[in-house]
Write a protein of this length. Sequence first.
Length: 133
Amino acid sequence: KPMELDVAKFQTELADQTSLSVISDYYFYLGISYLALARSKKISFLENEKKSNLNNAIKNLLQSKEIGNLNKLGKQDKVLYFLGVTYGLAGSKEKMEVEFEKIANSNELNDSNREKMKEIQKILSDRRKKWLI
Protein backbone atom coordinates (compact mmCIF):
# COMPACT_ATOMS: atom_id res chain seq x y z
CA LYS A 1 0.00 0.00 0.00
CA PRO A 2 1.56 3.37 -0.96
CA MET A 3 2.25 5.86 1.77
CA GLU A 4 -0.57 8.34 2.06
CA LEU A 5 0.29 11.99 2.39
CA ASP A 6 -1.62 13.84 5.07
CA VAL A 7 -2.18 17.00 3.03
CA ALA A 8 -3.69 18.99 5.89
CA LYS A 9 -0.77 18.16 8.19
CA PHE A 10 1.72 18.97 5.43
CA GLN A 11 0.05 22.34 4.73
CA THR A 12 0.00 23.19 8.44
CA GLU A 13 3.69 22.34 8.84
CA LEU A 14 4.55 24.31 5.71
CA ALA A 15 2.54 27.30 6.95
CA ASP A 16 4.23 27.07 10.37
CA GLN A 17 7.69 27.00 8.78
CA THR A 18 6.78 29.89 6.49
CA SER A 19 5.40 31.90 9.41
CA LEU A 20 8.48 31.21 11.50
CA SER A 21 10.70 32.20 8.61
CA VAL A 22 8.82 35.50 8.23
CA ILE A 23 9.06 36.14 11.98
CA SER A 24 12.78 35.37 11.95
CA ASP A 25 13.24 37.73 9.00
CA TYR A 26 11.24 40.42 10.84
CA TYR A 27 13.64 40.33 13.79
CA PHE A 28 16.63 40.21 11.44
CA TYR A 29 15.59 43.32 9.52
CA LEU A 30 14.58 45.12 12.71
CA GLY A 31 18.06 44.38 14.08
CA ILE A 32 19.70 45.60 10.88
CA SER A 33 17.60 48.77 11.06
CA TYR A 34 18.84 49.49 14.59
CA LEU A 35 22.40 48.80 13.43
CA ALA A 36 22.01 51.23 10.52
CA LEU A 37 20.54 53.82 12.87
CA ALA A 38 23.48 53.44 15.26
CA ARG A 39 25.91 53.94 12.37
CA SER A 40 24.02 56.81 10.73
CA LYS A 41 26.14 59.77 9.70
CA LYS A 42 23.09 61.91 8.91
CA ILE A 43 21.61 61.75 12.39
CA SER A 44 23.78 62.66 15.33
CA PHE A 45 23.09 60.68 18.47
CA LEU A 46 24.40 60.98 21.97
CA GLU A 47 26.73 58.14 22.90
CA ASN A 48 24.10 56.48 25.14
CA GLU A 49 21.55 56.60 22.27
CA LYS A 50 24.06 54.96 19.94
CA LYS A 51 24.69 52.23 22.55
CA SER A 52 20.94 51.75 22.97
CA ASN A 53 20.53 51.29 19.21
CA LEU A 54 23.38 48.75 19.16
CA ASN A 55 21.86 46.88 22.12
CA ASN A 56 18.48 46.80 20.35
CA ALA A 57 20.20 45.53 17.20
CA ILE A 58 21.85 42.73 19.21
CA LYS A 59 18.59 41.84 20.96
CA ASN A 60 16.67 41.53 17.68
CA LEU A 61 19.45 39.70 15.83
CA LEU A 62 19.67 37.21 18.71
CA GLN A 63 15.91 36.70 18.51
CA SER A 64 16.17 36.00 14.77
CA LYS A 65 19.06 33.59 15.38
CA GLU A 66 17.18 31.77 18.13
CA ILE A 67 14.02 31.34 16.05
CA GLY A 68 16.10 30.10 13.14
CA ASN A 69 18.10 27.65 15.23
CA LEU A 70 15.15 26.25 17.20
CA ASN A 71 13.10 25.67 14.08
CA LYS A 72 15.93 24.58 11.77
CA LEU A 73 15.16 27.31 9.26
CA GLY A 74 18.44 26.85 7.45
CA LYS A 75 21.16 29.35 6.74
CA GLN A 76 22.02 31.61 9.64
CA ASP A 77 25.22 33.05 8.18
CA LYS A 78 23.73 36.48 7.45
CA VAL A 79 22.41 36.72 11.02
CA LEU A 80 25.73 35.56 12.48
CA TYR A 81 27.65 38.02 10.32
CA PHE A 82 25.62 41.08 11.32
CA LEU A 83 25.50 39.92 14.93
CA GLY A 84 29.31 39.73 14.86
CA VAL A 85 29.58 43.18 13.29
CA THR A 86 27.20 44.63 15.88
CA TYR A 87 29.06 43.00 18.77
CA GLY A 88 32.28 44.49 17.38
CA LEU A 89 30.80 47.97 17.18
CA ALA A 90 29.44 47.59 20.70
CA GLY A 91 32.93 46.73 21.96
CA SER A 92 32.34 43.00 22.58
CA LYS A 93 35.32 41.72 20.59
CA GLU A 94 35.18 38.20 22.05
CA LYS A 95 31.51 37.74 21.11
CA MET A 96 32.25 39.14 17.65
CA GLU A 97 34.97 36.54 17.15
CA VAL A 98 32.66 33.72 18.30
CA GLU A 99 30.02 34.64 15.72
CA PHE A 100 32.56 35.01 12.91
CA GLU A 101 34.12 31.65 13.78
CA LYS A 102 30.67 30.01 13.54
CA ILE A 103 30.40 31.35 10.00
CA ALA A 104 33.92 30.26 9.08
CA ASN A 105 33.11 26.73 10.26
CA SER A 106 29.80 26.64 8.38
CA ASN A 107 29.28 24.19 5.56
CA GLU A 108 26.93 26.69 3.92
CA LEU A 109 29.63 29.04 2.64
CA ASN A 110 30.49 29.24 -1.02
CA ASP A 111 34.18 29.46 -2.01
CA SER A 112 34.20 33.26 -2.27
CA ASN A 113 32.68 33.73 1.17
CA ARG A 114 34.96 31.07 2.64
CA GLU A 115 37.98 33.08 1.45
CA LYS A 116 36.55 36.29 2.95
CA MET A 117 36.00 34.55 6.29
CA LYS A 118 39.59 33.26 6.23
CA GLU A 119 40.75 36.87 5.74
CA ILE A 120 38.57 38.01 8.67
CA GLN A 121 39.96 35.21 10.86
CA LYS A 122 43.52 36.23 9.98
CA ILE A 123 42.77 39.86 10.91
CA LEU A 124 41.19 38.72 14.19
CA SER A 125 44.15 36.48 14.92
CA ASP A 126 46.58 39.35 14.27
CA ARG A 127 44.53 41.64 16.53
CA ARG A 128 44.46 39.02 19.30
CA LYS A 129 48.24 38.93 19.22
CA LYS A 130 48.38 42.73 19.53
CA TRP A 131 45.90 42.72 22.41
CA LEU A 132 48.04 40.21 24.30
CA ILE A 133 51.20 42.29 23.95
